[in-house]
Each structure stands twice: as C-alpha cells, then as structure tokens.
Design a protein around this ligand. Sequence first.
Ligand code: COA
Length: 258
Amino acid sequence: MNFENLLVDQKNNIGIITINRPSKLNALNKKTIEELHVAFKNLNNNKEIKIIIITGSGEKAFVAGADISEFANFSIEEGTELARKGQEILFNFVQNLETPVIAAVNGFALGGGLELAMAAHFRVASNNAKMGLPEVSLGVIPGYGGTQRLPQLVGKGKAMEMIMTAGMIGAEEAKEYGLVNYVVDQTELLPLCEKLAEKITRNSSVAISAAIKAINANYTNGVNGYSIEIEQFGVSFGTDDFTEGTTAFLEKRKPNFE
Ligand code: COA
C-alpha cells in the first residue's frame, strides 16, 4: 500500500514505519495520523510481522509535534474532537496493539511526537534526540495522552516540571528518567532496534501480546491488573506456543514458535 506521508518496509519479521514529512520535521497532520492508523493495523494483521519499529525520516526529527498549522483556528468542539479521535485511532491504538512497537527516536520528539513515542511499548533514542511537551507554550495542553503517559514513565514531579516549563530534555537525561531505554549514535539507532526486535521475535508472539495486555491493564481505569494477569496466564496454558515452549525446554532444544 502506498502512503503520502509514510514509508513502510519489512525486514524479516520486522515491520518498519518511517514518518516521511521531513520538510515539516515529520509533524503529525490529519493525513499522517490516518495513514499511521492504517499502517499499524495492516502490520498487526500481517502474520509475518512479529514486531514494529516506528521512526522519523531524516536526521533531525522523529516528530516535531502535531501540525500546528492545522489546528490554530479550531473551536472548543474541534479541539476536543482532535484529541479524542487522535487518541482513539493512533495513540491508544498503538499502546494496545497486539504486536510490540519500539519507537526509534532519531531527533526532535516534541508534543504529539513524544506522545507517539510514549504510546509505543518502549523507546530507544539517538544521542541528538530532544524530547519535550511544549504545548503550554502554545496555550494548550498535551492532548494525545501526554499528561497521562509522561507521569507513568518519569514520575509525577518530573512530568509536572517538563509540562509546565515546556522545555526539552536531551537523550541522556531522558534515559536517566526512564523515558528511553538506550541512547546510541544515530547510525546505531536502527541497528540496535533491529537487534532488540530480533531477540523479541524469538519468543512467543502470543505470550508477548498477553503480556502487553496485562502490563497495560495496570494503567487502565477500573481494571485490576493482577486479575488480568491471572486471566492471561491461564489463557496461555491453552496455546500451542505454551506446548511448544515447555516441550522444547524439556527436550533441551530451542522452541520453534509458529
Ligand atoms: N507543526 C507544523 N509545522 C512544524 C512543526 C509543527 N509542530 N514543527 C516544525 N514545523 C515546520 C516549520 O514550520 C518549518 O516549516 P517551513 O519551513 O514551511 O516554515 C519546518 O517544519 C522546519 O521547522 P523550523 O522551525 O524551521 O526548524 P528549526 O530547526 O528552526 O526548529 C523546532 C525546530 C522543533 C525547535 C521547531 O520547529 C519547533 O519549535 N516546532 C514546534 C514544536 C512544538 O511546539 N510542537 C508541539 C505542537 S502541539
């Protein structure tokens, strides 16, 4: 499928989505958000794909935020709908995807860009990356989950400071706060993400999806994460992957998950 603002590649069992609007620092306009929904959905439904990497094109930006030119004249109703629809079709959609998603943060990840990286299951950054939620400098607040996911990742106090100051932090500071797992040279960013992805693809995709569900349950209102863990643990026992994984261990061989 051809997209206007995305490039989608497949490397073995890894799907790679590159947001490709470099002249606008890959800012998320409506079209890009809609295309991302379709790209994530297609890769998630593709049985050959076991993991997805999301990154930005060029060496300067992952995503410099939501496209400010598109919403500058919005009314209260339009603003509400922008956040609601975006959360539904992209940010919550990615967080709850069955296929694991790694964000390869290759430069500026601001506003909606950082929110997209935070919706991914974990993040790796290049050493030139700069991250922040600058929305209050525009007279608005983060609307794509930033007020919820940033405190989950870095703690309430640091999130308050980052959101109130609208400032940017560098990659090393982001790692110190637990916002990104690794910091590497830009040339090493995709190779490291692919290495981590390959390691993940050796494990049971079915069990990984169940783990994503159980981990996310802890952050879902009205849902008891421990109950979901018990339920998903039980469900695992009925899967072919469980039979294969435990049999392979007892037979002292590597598992061969379908
Ligand atoms: N929305 C729309 N366009 C954006 C954008 C955004 N969030 N971020 C960057 N762009 C566009 C710029 O308007 C410019 O377009 P132009 O060449 O047609 O004028 C182009 O991308 C390059 O950006 P520029 O500002 O010239 O690059 P820079 O290196 O001087 O600054 C940033 C980089 C990231 C510091 C700066 O672009 C910026 O502050 N962007 C907005 C960040 C933001 O507030 N995001 C949250 C939105 S809710």
